[in-house]
Write a protein that binds this ligand. Structure first.
Ligand SMILES: Cc1cc2nc3c(=O)[nH]c(=O)nc-3n(C[C@H](O)[C@H](O)[C@H](O)COP(=O)(O)OP(=O)(O)OC[C@H]3O[C@@H](n4cnc5c(N)ncnc54)[C@H](O)[C@@H]3O)c2cc1C
Length: 391
């Protein structure tokens, strides 16, 4: 018999879980605290390892209408003069090697297609989980509006501040990392032409780096800039920063970058959080997934992709052991932990290497780019088939 699955959180990981479970013939209900799934966030990367799962959900074509495939590729530039330190063409090569493109998109466009893969009747909005326990008939969930639910298995996809994580592993609150992100969406008619190319461009400089790429079929350019938090503590996608603070952080950088920032008039500012790895991701038939299980710095652009992979593996494990959800989620954790740990470590290392001050270490880093082929040496990320891993 199919287990009743409750998914807590209707973000990328939660919606992907419900979609993959539904596809596997397992009934799943999503409980999301927000009253509406609104257009929050900015750009994100959907690499081939996630794109292949969107295709299997039947959603890739719809997603590709609004996303931008990185046909030209990746480019690294030096902060002071804009010199190109490294570039790699992706386009057909990526597709030939991994069967899918690498896309950049608005978070809302990804959420939209994931939501389309979940039956409307399976979504419960305005349900904030406030407590849970094991009862005689399954896992009992209490919501802030006084309602309750009972499930045979629970997926905690409730993000970095996870409530389910407190039940599973006594997860403490995340801590401030000392870094913050500035995020802008700039209309295409206000940016220099170089920023409209289908390229993910990364500018590297002392204590800072900045990434930009076009989204929304080229109608907007997403800019995300990282630097010292300088006491900023708000961690919310609706928190506004000051455009003059962003420009001050990047004062003295290359003229092209200054011209790009001149087109921005609103900026979101978000303190980056960090959390030590949890001792476990599962307890009985309850499993953590996505940022709830493994928050990561966004420097390798894999947060969303890893959450979608988690969802595919979890659904595969539950489909194989519908009679024993606790065994299924233990298998999910065993499959996912080593891989995600490796991606987390890579993301963390990038903080230091992206922010080197000018000097011998920076010059050694820049000259090492000459022999780089990230499309190949990150093949273990892009070539991974999460459904295959769970079969
Ligand atoms: C609002 C928002 C905007 C983001 N925008 C971007 C972006 O533009 N670019 C980018 O690269 N990354 C973005 N991220 C991060 C990225 O989406 C995640 O790293 C990644 O996709 C993992 O997703 P997740 O589903 O695990 O967690 P999240 O995306 O954090 O989703 C968690 C969901 O759980 C819900 N939730 C939390 N607590 C409860 C509770 N107690 N009861 C019920 N529901 C609960 C939240 O409302 C949220 O919808 C954003 C995250 C958030 C929350």
């Amino acid at each position: 018999m199919s287990p009743r699955v409750a998914v807590v959180g209707g973000g990328i990981g939660g919606l992907a879980s419900a979609a993959m479970l539904h596809r596997a013939g397992i009934e799943a209900t999503v409980y999301e605290q927000a009253g509406a799934l609104t257009e929050v966030g900015a750009g994100l990367v959907v690499s081939p390892n996630a794109a292949r799962l969107l295709r299997r959900m039947g959603q890739l074509d719809r997603f590709a209408e609004r996303a931008v495939p990185l046909r030209v590729g990746w480019e690294f530039r030096r902060w002071a003069d804009g010199r190109v330190l490294f570039s790699q063409r992706l386009g057909e090569l990526c597709e030939r090697r991994y069967g899918e493109q690498c896309y950049v998109a608005h978070r809302a466009d990804l959420l939209d297609v994931l939501r389309a893969a979940v039956p409307e009747a399976s979504l419960r909005l305005g349900r904030r989980l406030v407590g849970m326990r094991v009862g005689p008939d399954g896992v009992e969930l209490d919501f802030g509006d006084g309602s309750r639910a009972v499930a045979d298995a629970v997926v905690g996809a409730d993000g970095v501040h996870t409530t389910v994580g407190r039940f599973v592993a006594e997860a403490g609150p995340p801590r401030l990392s000392g870094l913050c992100a500035y995020r802008c969406l700039v209309p295409a008619d206000r940016v220099p032409a170089f920023a409209l190319r289908p390229v993910q461009t990364l500018w590297l400089g002392p204590d800072h780096h900045l990434v930009h790429y076009p989204i929304r079929a080229g109608a907007l350019v997403n800019i995300v800039a990282f630097g010292p938090a300088r006491g900023w503590q708000a961690e919310s996608w609706s928190a506004e920063g000051r455009i003059e603070d962003l420009r001050a952080e990047f004062a003295g950088w290359a003229d092209e970058l200054t011209a790009l920032l001149a087109g921005a008039d609103r900026v979101g500012r978000w303190a980056l959080l960090d959390r030590d790895p949890l001792p476990r991701w599962t307890r009985g038939p309850v499993a953590l997934l996505g940022d709830a299980a493994h928050p990561m710095f966004p420097f390798f652009a894999q947060g969303a992709a890893q959450a979608i992979e988690d969802a595919a593996v979890l659904a595969g494990c539950l489909a194989r052991r519908p009679d024993d959800p606790a065994a299924a989620v233990r298998r999910y954790e065993a499959i996912r932990r080593p891989r995600v740990g490796r991606v987390q470590a890579l993301s963390r290392d990038r903080q230091q290497s992206n922010h080197l001050p000018d000097g011998p270490a920076q010059r050694a880093r820049d000259s090492s780019f000459a022999g780089e082929d990230p499309l190949t040496h990150n093949g273990w990320i892009y070539g991974y088939d999460a459904e295959h891993a769970a079969s």
